[in-house]
Every structure is written in C-alpha cells, then in structure tokens.
Design a protein around this ligand. Structure first.
Ligand SMILES: Nc1ncnc2c1ncn2[C@@H]1O[C@H](COP(=O)(O)OP(=O)(O)OP(=O)(O)O)[C@@H](O)[C@H]1O
Ligand SMILES: [Mg+2]
Length: 478
C-alpha cells in the first residue's frame, strides 16, 4: 500500500493520464475543438487589426492584390485544415487542387506572427495582432507578391518560337510561336548521371546568380555547346533544359536569317527567361548555307545586345563535331560549357532498356555488354527505335539490338576509340579526368573560377592550340 503514497507513482500516473488524454484528443479530433476554444480565449487578450482586400475597386475594376492573395492562400498547406475546402481538377493529369471556401478562416505564420485570413463574400480580410502589425505587415505583403510571382512562373505554359522569312502583319517581328510541349526531361535522357547532375547544378547556380553577374558587369547569360554524332540526344537535351528551367525556347533557323543585323534583331526580340537555340551550327558554317557572317555569329554568342535587356538567357548551340569549326567560336569564354554526346555505351544502353522496355536486368545483358566492350556502338536514337518497335517482347528487342550492333554498329564505337587514340595529348588528358562523355570545358559555376577567368589568370591558356582541354585541366587542378 505504501506505493500509493510514493510521489513518483503519482507523477507516473499523471504522465500516463496526460498521454492518454492527448491520444484521445488527437484520435477523436477533439483537438480541433480545444484549439478553437483556446484561440477564442487568446483573442480576448489581444487587440487585432483588420485589413480588407476587396475583389473589385470602386470603379468595378479587378483588384490585382485580391487575385494574388487568392493564389497565395490556395498554395498554403494550412488550407487543408480549414473546415470546408473546395476540390478541383488541376491542369496536369490526375492533379487535384484545393480552393478556399467562403466564410472559412485560414491561418498563416510569418516571421513568428500569426496571421488570419477570412474569406468573406468577394472580400478577403486579413486579421493581425496590433502588436505585430508594424513589424510584419509590409514584409508579409511583399512575401505574398513574391510567392505569387514564383507560382505564376511555375505554371506558365511554355512556348516554342521559330523565326520565319515573311512578316506580313509586322506585329510580332519575325518570331512565330506554338505551345512548347516536348516531353523530354533530364530523367528521360540516357546520360552519365554524374554529368547530368553537373549540368543541373550548373543551371541552378546560373538561375541564382543574377546579383553576381551584375556585380561583375557581365550579361546574365550562360551558353552551352552540345556536340556529338546524330541521334545522341542533343535536341532532346535542349528540350530537357527548357523544361527544367521552365523557359521558352527560341529556335533560330539560320537559313532564314537574311543578314547579321537581322540576327541581332531576333536576339533583341527574344524575351527574358528563354533558351535560344541554334542547331547544327557546324553545318551552317561549313556549307555556308546562311547569309550570316562569322562575326555576326560571334557577336550573337557574346550576347552584347542582350545586355540591353539584362535578363537571364541560356544559349545553346548544337554540332555534330567540332573538328572543322572556326577556333574563334570555341575559344574560352565564348561558350561557357561544352558537353559531348557520345554514341551509346553499355551504361547508356541499360538506361534505355530500363525506360523503353522496363528492364533492369536480362540474361542477354552480358552478351550486349561484351559487344560494347569490343567497340561496337549505335546511337541512342537507333537503339531506342529498335526497342520501341519490339516493346512487346523485351527478348526480341534485345536480340534486334544485338543484331544491329553486329551489323550496323560494328566498328562505330571502335572508330570512336580510334579517333580518340589518334588525337593529340590534350584530348587524352580529357580521358584521364574520367569524363570522356562529359563537360570537359566548363568554366565558371563557381565564383573563384569566374573571377580567375575575368582577371585573366586563364587568359594565358587561351593562346594555346587546344584551349578547351587546357581549361579543363586547369579545372582539374583547382
Ligand atoms: N541519350 C538519349 N537518351 C534518351 N533518348 C535518346 C537519347 N539520344 C537520342 N534519343 C532519342 O532519339 C531520338 C533522336 O534524338 P535527338 O533528336 O535528340 O538527337 P540529336 O543528337 O539531336 O540528333 P541530330 O544531330 O541528328 O539532330 C529522340 O526521340 C530521343 O528521344
Ligand atoms: Mg538534333
């Protein structure tokens, strides 16, 4: 019986009872009633101020702020906690969005202050403690603007612009647009994952670097050269980049550009947050199938003109090979990142087999691996086509890939290897850093490298015969 008089026993009982009480409150949902009562009691001790945001102004024009607040509130997770919420289908398939119901209260936290929104008829009422108002209100409204802009940016429909020769209406210059709906993403591209991540983080850091570029007095742009044999995924990669960045695409057909000044004009007419692409640049240059001069292209690449618009742009140039391209185009500082798109190797093949056939492993894989090791190769496009054509039978698909590698692909990979071996020493140094298919000329991305480049520490290297490789080894060193 003495245990009953033990204070520890009482404490234990109290703890257990409290715990059980809490469990009952949570499990039965009574917690919400308790919270409401508690809020009511709290309200008695605070003085609140109310701000109305009506949907229309006195001239019956729409209040922009109302729209922004609605979008902002609908994005809050606390909307799920209000007693009534409307459910709608979203724009994407299977997407369901929540919308605040009239007469509901939604709670928000900002800078440690509690803010309540009451959805009255055609008016949103902001309720804030007087004690918090001076400190919180302005930054909070600014926060709503920012979140709204971000959400808007995310959901906007992308466009693909193409330049045309005729300009009948004269209204939109020479650009014509269609919705950009290319499904390619970084996930669907078969590519060394390390390289893919490097490109993603390069794009990410570019997006965040507005202040940085401004401080250095540089145009806020980043340019990429994608080069490699046909069907290795260069165009798909451009689409993946645009989808990743959520940028429009401006696809410049150089054969439809009448002269250098028109190329400048096209650049000036492009909007911020866009990927500007020139495909097959090497072909235009070697066949001279464009009226644009080399200097016109160089000026375009340097983006001198886009500096007047000052907003972010990504430029992408694709080529089948760099061998016959004027060195001025490839000099360091002109194109920031070079990415090589090789023919398929066994790793890329496995990625394709996984996405096209849903195969993680197969008894024919060792055979395929051996063929790749013997130097045969095909482009991912060729392998992809065979897999799509035989998608109902993975074994047949793999056999047809093996056949094609034996016949069409024989020696293509070997040729590739041969080319590498016959290259100069600097190309070998690329192989040494373990990025045969990766970014081998990547300046910047990191502040130190940008500054080095700016202040000419790397300029000495640009005079060498094969500047990209020197730069990459500089990168390796650093
Ligand atoms: N690395 C890859 N990963 C996944 N699919 C690929 C890859 N490379 C090519 N493909 C597929 O092959 C087709 C052709 O690819 P894409 O047009 O991007 O090649 P490309 O390098 O631009 O060729 P070209 O130099 O002839 O323009 C696309 O349907 C794409 O899905
Ligand atoms: Mg292409």
């Amino acid at each position: 019986m003495t245990i009953l008089y033990n204070p520890f026993f009482f404490l234990l009982i109290a703890f257990v009872s409290l715990f059980l009480f809490r469990v009952v409150l949570i499990k039965t949902g009574l917690i919400h009633i308790v919270k409401k009562k508690w809020r009511f009691i709290e309200d008695c001790f605070h003085v609140y101020q109310f701000f109305k945001v009506p949907e229309f102004n006195e001239s019956m024009q729409r209040n922009q702020l109302y729209q922004k607040v609605v979008v902002y509130l609908n994005s809050l997770t606390s909307i799920e906690d209000s007693d009534f919420t409307n459910l709608f289908t979203g724009k994407k398939p299977n997407e369901i969005v929540l919308r605040l119901d009239p007469n509901q209260v939604i709670e928000d936290d900002f800078l440690g202050a509690k803010i309540f929104w009451i959805n009255e008829d055609k008016t949103l009422v902001l309720k804030i403690r007087k004690a918090d108002k001076r400190r919180v209100l302005r930054p909070y409204l600014q926060h709503i603007h920012t979140v709204f802009d971000e959400l808007n940016e995310k959901k906007r429909d992308l466009k693909l612009y193409m330049n045309v020769l005729d300009d009948h209406d004269g209204q939109n210059g020479r650009w014509r647009s269609v919705p950009f709906t290319h499904p390619s993403t970084f996930e669907t591209i078969a590519m060394e994952s390390d390289l893919k991540n490097k490109v993603k983080s390069d794009l990410d850091s570019f997006l965040k670097a507005k202040q940085y570029y401004n401080r250095l007095g540089r145009v806020w742009k980043r340019s990429y050269l994608l080069y490699g044999p046909s069907g290795t995924g260069k165009s798909s990669f451009v689409a993946a980049m645009a989808n990743f960045l959520n940028y429009d695409v401006y696809d410049i057909d150089l054969s439809k550009v009448l002269d250098d000044s028109e190329l400048k004009f096209l650049l000036l007419q492009s909007t911020a947050k866009s990927v500007i692409v020139i495909e097959d640049l090497d072909r235009y240059l070697s066949e001279k199938s464009t009226a644009v001069s080399l200097s016109g292209i160089l000026n375009f690449m340097d983006g001198i003109l886009s500096s007047c618009c000052g907003e972010e742009r990504v430029m992408v140039f694709t080529m089948n090979g760099k061998d016959h391209v004027d060195p001025a185009i490839l000099r360091p500082g002109r194109i920031d990142v070079h990415i090589h798109f090789p023919l398929c190797d066994f790793t890329a093949f496995k990625t394709l087999a996984s996405s096209y056939l849903g195969l993680k492993d197969h008894k024919l894989f060792p055979q395929v691996e051996e063929i790749f090791q013997n130097g045969a190769s095909l482009s991912p496009a060729e392998i992809g086509e065979l897999m799509i054509a035989n998608r109902n039978s993975p074994s047949r698909a793999l056999k047809s890939v093996i056949n094609a590698l034996h016949t069409d692909g024989d020696g293509r990979g070997a040729l590739n290897i041969g080319r590498r071996l016959s290259d100069n020493g600097s190309r070998k140094s690329v192989e040494e850093i373990g990025e045969p298919s990766g970014i081998f000329c990547k300046e910047g991305g990191h502040a130190v490298k940008e500054i080095k480049k700016l202040y000419g520490l790397l300029r000495i290297k640009s005079n060498r015969k094969s500047p990209s490789f020197d730069l990459s080894s500089g990168q390796k060193d650093s």
